[in-house]
Design a protein around this ligand. Structure first.
Ligand code: ZN
Length: 332
């Protein structure tokens, strides 16, 4: 276990005025469970990270999430909690419907966690929560129409339209499975030619490996090779950027976001990705309202901060936190 002090110092119980001054936020990922106690200014005043025991089955993951909640609740007794998870999440029923990474199906997760911890738990989706955090606190702050696009091992998106999150009972935002090449590569979803099969970090690394016969550590290495003038890397990279631009062009036609926030591991490549993406998007758009394309500001803390926003909404009946300043210690 690692328990991180907050950005200033680890608070003692005497520094808390009462449960209503804090919420507990937990982001459950495939490799780690990130938790924090979050105050009204959205500052993370205590943090805890545990590994996700996904090899031990879904029950072990639920137990580990409960453990994180319990340990954080020691610092903020009785605080409401927000928990965000990957996969398909139905917010109205508070069920985690499906997660390939964590192995659960139709799990009444909020009720289960409430039962074992005694806390009020609100369940949400990691990417939708991350998108909400970027819209309220981060790179798209102030915008009402936002597309948050997370490109990592997979690709998924979160939508905020007219200031409201769009979830489609958990099924909206699957940008990774938008068709970009009917004759393209088979996708893990069972389809063919999906964006994710070409432009996810995993697909980029695999495509370069297959083409060159050289194993690479990941998409970051392909980006480095491209920057160094490797022709194969450039072709693989350009194919991914073109597919992303096609999918985003369709998204702009359908949804007209003011801001497209690009997040996830692949966006560590910065302008190597965003530069050509903006350029291709500009070439493809005609009558459309032009979106700005920006890099996410909250890094890997977006999901956790989004979980905090969810908890505050539950705590305060959908009212916003008193101050929406980003104070997450540099999104470490
Ligand atoms: Zn697919």
């Amino acid at each position: 276990m690692t328990e991180h002090p907050g950005p200033s110092k680890h608070p003692g119980p005497s520094e808390y005025d009462g449960p209503s001054e804090y919420v507990i936020a937990v982001d459950v990922g495939g490799t780690s469970i990130k938790g924090a106690v979050v105050n009204r200014a959205m500052r993370q005043v205590a943090r805890l990270r545990l590994p996700t025991p996904r090899g031990e089955g879904p029950r072990a993951v639920v137990d580990a999430v409960a453990e994180v909640l319990r340990r954080l609740a020691e610092h903020a007794p009785g605080a409401a909690a927000g928990v965000v998870v990957p996969g398909i999440v139905d917010e109205p029923s508070q069920h985690a419907l499906y997660s390939a990474a964590l192995g659960w199906r139709d799990l009444p997760l909020a009720a289960l966690l409430s039962e074992v911890t005694g806390l009020s738990v609100t369940l949400g989706h990691d990417v939708r929560a991350g998108g909400m955090a970027e819209a309220r606190l981060g790179a798209a702050r102030g915008a009402d129409d936002v597309l948050f696009c997370a490109v990592g091992t997979g690709i998924s998106a979160a939508l905020l339209l007219d200031g409201r999150p769009v979830s489609g009972q958990g099924y909206a935002g699957e940008l990774g499975h938008v068709l970009t090449d009917p004759a393209g590569t088979a996708c893990a979803c069972g389809g063919c030619g999906c964006l994710e099969a070409v432009a996810s970090a995993a697909a980029i690394a695999a495509a370069y490996g297959a083409r060159s016969g050289r194993a690479v550590t990941g998409a970051a290495q392909v980006a480095e090779l491209k920057a160094a003038g490797d022709r194969g890397a450039e072709e693989v990279w350009n194919r991914a950027v073109t597919a992303l631009a096609m999918a985003l062009t369709s998204s702009v036609s359908l949804l007209s976001p003011q801001v497209i926030v690009m997040g996830g591991g692949l966006c560590e490549a910065g302008e190597l990705l965003l530069g050509p993406l903006r350029q291709q998007l500009e070439q493809r758009l005609t009558f459309h309202r032009r979106p700005t394309v920006v890099r996410a500001a909250l890094g890997d803390q977006a999901g956790c901060l989004g979980a905090g926003l969810l908890a505050w909404e539950t705590e305060e009946g959908a009212s916003e936190p008193a101050a929406c300043t980003v104070a997450c210690g540099g999104a470490q």
